[in-house]
Design a protein around this ligand. Structure first.
Ligand SMILES: Nc1nc2c(ncn2[C@@H]2O[C@H](COP(=O)(O)OP(=O)(O)OP(=O)(O)O)[C@@H](O)[C@H]2O)c(=O)[nH]1
Ligand SMILES: [Mg+2]
Length: 511
């Protein structure tokens, strides 16, 4: 089986690294048992970056391994140790790579050496408890989780970037011309469609150095996909100028250079978008006696049509110098009009991810759905096994105004609230306006607002509090029985809404 060496379209799955988790830790040393929180932050995950590298001319690497993943960030540790930043994964792509999403929408057109696109952003690292400490919350018993990195399916399509494109019928001598003008050594043979993929040659004429693309031969119907047609026409889209290579020595009955030109021009105009490109005509193979006769016959006609025509021979080199200098002239003029593309950096973020405070609340059949960059990010950062972390989440949401909006829209206590996208939402029971804050904090990792929902914990505390006032002969078990109340804890019983204590979230990086 032939192994492809030139690939100009690939699908690629990219997954950035996840951020490391922050850690909750308390500094301990001799004579200083509670030295304050010292849990470090998680490091960010590696991003995936596409970078234009002029030495890369094909997408073949991605054809062979179409899945790319960047490293995860390191987790934080005690003693204020932050997790390692994961290295970004840089994927080299050819100049002229068009990036599309899975649906075929163009995301970016990467041209110019060094142009970069962050196609998948690494997840942020979670904050450790040292960074989350505030004047009221001196020793948070929780840390934030690292966020997952972006993951997406993309398509890469190469549109060769060359200054000049050679177009013409198969066997007209396009590859022979590029071989005669440059150091490129494309395959040349006397059968049609020798060239299956574009070849690039670098040509120097006088002061100007430019690139020439030799694309597979065109035939009538190419714009509708006949021959290798359509697939390769896009490789001449970016050329500043076109050179028609016309075969003066073809043995095929019914063909002559002027008609060949009309057929190719017709295909180009049906493909569209190339009308404004200046053209030169090369009448090739004049070393063949019949070829020179034919050339002499048609050259005046073509010139009368206002075309710039060069009789040449790729085989003998005759006329080649004039042709290459004319090509250099067109290129120099085109460059003077349009400055070279400078390297740029494009960062791809979903439209919602603009760092804004915007969020939406909609009532759905399942409950109240909250969408927004921050609420959704905060959900991902929350360790739901830690009540204090969930309390922190509640306060962040509240501070953003999520609770107020829910109340305003008529959300009632006990209603279901879903935060996040439909496939992956976190479900809450709505419980507005609970007054709490740092003053009410209990042990590390606990939040008293959950006592009602966490009966074992609440009950233990209630019993503890009732003990001093118990009757003379009442045992602890008696108190427990006396205080027993029906269980209210259910799997969906997180609380949205909380205090309005601004200090609570004073170190919130997002607030
Ligand atoms: N005598 C003569 N033969 C030539 C000249 N240029 C090309 N040829 C011959 O014409 C045939 C086709 O040349 P190629 O350069 O492969 O033509 P092409 O236009 O690249 O053809 P495709 O790649 O099939 O589209 C080969 O046998 C070449 O040797 C020329 O100037 N003189
Ligand atoms: Mg060829």
């Amino acid at each position: 089986m032939a192994v492809p060496t030139f690939v100009d379209q690939v699908s690629l799955h990219v997954a950035a690294g996840r951020g490391g988790h922050g850690v909750a830790s308390v500094h301990r040393e001799k004579f200083k048992p509670l030295g304050g929180p010292d849990g470090g932050n998680g490091g960010p995950g590696g991003s995936i970056i596409l970078r234009v590298d002029p030495d890369v001319t094909t997408l073949v690497d991605y054809h062979h391994s179409p899945k790319r993943k960047a490293e995860n960030g390191g987790h934080g540790a005690g003693s204020h140790k932050n997790g390692a930043h994961a290295a970004d994964l840089v994927l080299a792509v050819p100049d002229g790579t068009v990036v599309k999403d899975a649906k075929g929408n163009v995301l970016a057109d990467l041209t110019g050496a060094g142009t970069e696109m962050v196609i998948a952003q690494g997840g942020r690292g979670g904050l450790g408890n040292a960074a989350l400490a505030s004047s009221k919350r001196k020793a948070p018993g929780f840390a934030l989780l690292g966020e997952p990195g972006d993951e997406r399916e993309i398509r890469l399509e190469l549109k060769v970037v060359a200054d000049i494109g050679l177009v013409g019928f198969p066997s007209a001598g396009k590859s022979s011309l590029i071989a005669a003008m440059s150091r490129a050594r494309p395959k040349i043979a006397d059968y049609p469609f020798t060239t299956l993929v574009p070849n690039l040659g670098v040509v120097t004429a006088g002061e100007t150095t430019f690139t020439v693309a030799d694309v597979p031969g065109l035939i009538e119907g190419a714009s509708e996909g006949r021959g290798l047609g359509h697939d390769f026409l896009r490789h001449i889209e970016r050329c500043a100028a076109l050179v028609h290579v016309l075969d003066t020595a073809t043995m095929e009955p019914g063909r002559n250079p002027a008609e060949d030109l009309d057929i190719i021009e017709n295909e180009l105009s049906r493909y569209g978008g190339l009308e404004d490109r200046p053209r030169l005509i090369a009448l090739n193979k004049i070393d063949v006696p019949d070829g020179r006769d034919i050339s002499d016959m048609v050259i005046d006609d073509l010139r009368e049509r206002g075309l710039t025509v060069f009789p040449v021979s790729a085989a003998s080199g005759e006329g080649m110098r004039d042709l290459t200098f004319a090509m250099a002239g067109i290129v120099a003029r085109a460059r003077a009009e349009k400055p070279v593309t400078e390297a740029k950096r494009i960062v791809l973020r979903p439209p919602s991810a603009d760092g804004s405070d915007a969020f939406t609340v909609t009532e759905t059949g399942e409950g109240w759905r909250v969408r927004g960059e921050k609420p959704e990010r905060w959900i991902r950062q929350t360790d739901f096994s830690n009540d204090e972390a969930v309390g922190f989440l509640s306060d962040r949401l509240n501070k953003l105004g999520v609770e107020a909006r829910l109340v305003q829209l008529g959300c009632q206590e006990g209603d279901t609230v879903l935060i996040g996208d439909p496939d992956n939402a976190v479900v809450f029971d709505f419980k507005p306006g609970i007054d709490a804050g740092a003053e009410m904090l209990g042990r590390r990792g606990e939040d008293q607002r959950f006592d009602e929902q966490r009966p074992a914990h609440g009950r233990r505390k209630a019993i503890q509090e009732a003990l001093p006032d118990r009757a003379e002969n009442e045992t602890r078990a008696d108190v427990a029985r006396r205080l027993d109340k029906p269980e209210t804890y259910g799997p969906k019983a997180y609380v949205v809404g909380s205090s309005n204590d601004p200090d609570w979230a004073e170190n919130d990086p997002d607030a």
